[in-house]
Ligand binder design. Sequence first.
Ligand SMILES: C[S@@+](CC[C@H](N)C(=O)[O-])C[C@H]1O[C@@H](n2cnc3c(N)ncnc32)[C@H](O)[C@@H]1O
Length: 274
Amino acid sequence: MTVLYNADYRCSVSERARDFYGVTTVVERIQDGHPEANDRAMFSGQIPHGVQFTSPERRRMLTTYYGPATGVGRTLMWIRQLPNARVGLIGLGAGTLANYAEPGQHYRFYEINPAVERLARRHFWSLADCRGEVEVVLGDARLSLERESPNRFSALVLDAFSGDAIPTHLLTAEAFAIYRKHLTRDGVIAVHISNGYLNLQPVVQGVAQAYDFGMVRISTRGDDSKTTYHADWMLLSQDARFLLAQAGAGQPETASARSILWTDDFSDLFSILK
Ligand SMILES: C[S@@+](CC[C@H](N)C(=O)[O-])C[C@H]1O[C@@H](n2cnc3c(N)ncnc32)[C@H](O)[C@@H]1O
C-alpha cells in the first residue's frame, strides 16, 4: 500500500471536489530542505490518481505507476517510433501518461469524472505540456468506445482501476471485443493490474486467450527518490516482435497459470482474492 501523507511532507489541500464519484482532492506536498522533492498529487479518497513534481526541471518526470521501465512505459516508448500514432487511454487522473506523446501523435483520454478533468487542467501541467495532440472524452470509457467508429489506436491503456475498486465491466469479453475494434493489427492493450487484494492476472489472461492475444506481465519496483511505486502491468498484442522485445523485462505467461473469462453475465471477485 502506498503511503500518501507521511511525516516527511507538509501537506495542504489546494482544491477538493465532492460529487457522485466521491471526493477528489489535490494536495500540495512540501519537503523542507528538498525543494526538488516538492510535488502535487491528485487523490480519489486515499487512492493516488497521479503525482507531479512542481519544479520545472522535474515536472515532466514519469511518477507513480508510469515510469519508463513499467509495462505502460515500455509500451508507449515503443509507440514513439510510430510518427502519427493514435493512443487511447482509459482513465485520466492527473494525465501523467500524456508526457509520453511525441509531436504528431494523438492521445485520447477517456474519463468518467468531470471533476478529474477540471482538476487535471487547473493544477497539473501534463495536458498543457503534452508535445502531441491530446483530448479528453468525458463519460464511461466503454460506452464512449462503443459509440465511436474505429480509432486505429496503436495502443490502448486500461488504467481505470481506482485502487481496490474494480470496474468489472471494463474487463469482460464483451468489453475486449470493443477494444479490439479500435486497435491496429499490431496494436497493444496495456492493462494496469497493481492491486493489494485482487490478482487480476487470470482475468486478463482469460480475455487474451479468448481473442488470441500473446501477453507478457511486467512488474517493476518503486523508487522513493523518483516517487515511483511497485507497478504490475499486463501487455496484450498480436505483434510477436513487440512481445519478444518485452520478454526480457517481464515474465512471459506460462500455460499452467489459470485463466478466468469474465463476461457481462459473469464476474467473481472472490475467486481472485489474493
Ligand atoms: C489512476 S487514474 C488514471 C491515471 C492516468 N492514467 C494518468 O496518466 O495519470 C484512474 C482514472 O480512471 C477514471 N475512471 C474510473 N472508471 C472509469 C470508466 N469507467 N471510464 C472512464 N474513466 C474511468 C477515474 O475517474 C480516474 O480518473
